[in-house]
Ligand binder design. Sequence first.
Ligand SMILES: [Zn+2]
Length: 478
Amino acid sequence: MNAKVLLFFSILLFSFQLDAQLLPCGTPQMVKVMEQYEPDYQDAVNRAFETARQQYKNGFVSTRSDQKVQVVFHVVYNTPQQNIPDQVIFDQLARLNEDFNYNPANDFVTRPIYKDLGDNANIEFVLAQFDPNGNPTTGINRIQTDVPSFMQIDFGTLLQAIFDCGIDITADTLSQEQLDCLTDALGGSGLTAGLDDIKSFDKGGVDAWDPTRYINIWIGNYGIELVPGESEPFLLGFAYPPADAPNWPAGTLPPNLEEVEGVVLHYQAVGPNNPTAGSLIGSNDQGRTLSHEMGHYFGLRHAWGDGPCDEDDGIDDTPPMASSISDQLGQNFDPTTFTCDDLGLLNSCTSDQLPDMYENYMNYTPESCQSIFTKEQVGLMNAMLQGPRAGLLDIFLNNTEVDDLQLSFYPNPSNGAVEIHSNFPGDVITQVFDLNGKMVHSSTERTLDLSALATGLYVLKINQNGRVVFEKLTLHQE
Ligand SMILES: [Zn+2]
């Protein structure tokens, strides 16, 4: 990442820090950062959004009743406290499924004026049962890291530099003079964005599992120490939206995106009933950071459009809003005395007669007052799931189909070229073992090249959608 982006990004974060003390979501900022790696990225995100939106407008409805997708939680912890228990993750998953399977009968939060807009996204999230190599997994992948926090910005240094260089942190851009001044003041090392480091084994994290087949959810520490030894949550989460570009081969992602696609959560913001929630209690303690980030993952933007009244989120059934609910509450918010009714009078854009939709998961609202995705948001997410995110659906066939699933290969004996056959689409994982039980080849291709293996007898393990067959294979190398 170049210095300019780094500084720009840090200043954006810093501006949030001043008025909110907390950045609930870093998605818009990360999209800006990704744009620096992939110059076509923002356009590709906009194209995907526009396509899905048009599909909704043209009457798209999901054709599947069983929209199941698999998730893997990578828990990347430095201290035992950050290694949150399985039960918190189970509760988190249950909350996510509640929010994506809306039932108006259970909604006691949404005001009558908006109740009819709440809709069921009909997406079921399940823990992965097999890892990318076809081995059984619980869907919870734990790894200890040397990295104390993936939020590595030194705010003291940054604050001093901003002051010394006369920078207006509400401005969108820096002059060259200010940039040079900042670069000098920070010595090029005072800031390390590094927010995606959690997705790289080499940087203390865990590499993504194939992001076209799994929703990767990384959990780690995104707190900062303003006082040494006292860590406070700073960034609660972020996600990358679907991107669709004609110059990328079908079904693939650009290399940089393939490594980072998915959702990131600060460990204290995971799940209801999190014993480490700490200062997030009363505001961000209901497991809805993930519902919000999953909304981004399926293409939704912030409900207030990340700008004043005339900046829209591209969704017609969310009313215009000038800023998020939490920005409007500012310092007046006291989680101990607060009720959802207190938000009822907020109407930041008076051009319409509609109050601000605090109920929306894509707003920043105390999580106990969040209750809906709207019809159009749901329509857009479903279009994304059957479009750029369709790889997630391919791996799940319904039960009737599984009974008919047939896996085989030919020829046998073979001289090294082996064709895997399945009567259903989607990924098939094939592993080849020698007679000592050692895996000598692994592939998700339908055509295997085993010409590098010696003549002899092998065992093939073929796996699709949890259905596994073992077959003997004789290789005759010429
Ligand atoms: Zn967000």
